[in-house]
Design a protein around this ligand. Structure first.
Ligand code: CO
Length: 179
């Protein structure tokens, strides 16, 4: 497989990923690759389709952010979730987010304050995650990726167009620099 960070408008980011029914060496390889890319790119979380794997897998490590923002007092969490689904949502917060698939883009969008997620771990066992604050936001962002929903979808059409025009322009400039 051709593992590399997929950036918008790559079509793999627009399609829902498939459910995992293999808890074996192949899944382990996918997860290892995801950790590798997530740490290399200094992301807090990564959805499998962001490196070209079309399955419902996410990894996250909030210590990556803890290192940068020491004022955050929540306990750091590191986890792998397979086939994650949000089953409960509560409250609303404004969240300022970036995304490895949209280099240079940072936007503020509404997210639920608390979410409950059911999933499998890498061994295929059921797990339930009750989350709030930063962890809840990372989970919503990554699960959206797995459902083919980029974070720009939460902007109004006008704002989305402004953000995308600017992003695509910077993408083109970077390509020109490289050429
Ligand atoms: Co993202």
């Amino acid at each position: 497989m051709d593992y590399r960070i997929r950036t918008w408008p790559d079509k793999i980011l627009k399609e829902p990923t498939k459910e995992v029914d293999f808890f074996d060496e192949r899944l382990k390889e996918y997860i290892d690759k995801m950790w590798e890319f997530m740490y290399k790119e200094e992301g807090v979380g990564l959805a499998a389709n962001q490196i070209g794997i079309p399955y419902q897998i996410l990894v996250l490590d909030t210590t990556v952010r803890e290192k940068r923002r020491e004022e955050e007092k929540e306990d750091p969490v590191k986890m792998v979730l397979v086939n994650p689904k949000i089953v409960e949502k509560e409250g609303e917060v404004q969240s300022t987010e970036g995304c490895l698939s949209f280099p240079g883009v940072q936007i503020t969008i509404p997210r639920a304050k608390r979410v409950k997620v059911v999933a499998k771990n890498e061994k295929g066992e059921d797990v339930v995650v009750e989350s709030q604050e930063f962890l809840a936001i990372v989970l919503q962002h990554e699960i959206d990726h797995l459902n083919g929903i980029p974070f720009i979808n939460y902007l109004s059409p006008l704002k989305r167009k402004l953000v995308l025009d600017k992003y695509l322009k910077s993408l083109k400039e970077r390509e020109l620099e490289r050429a």
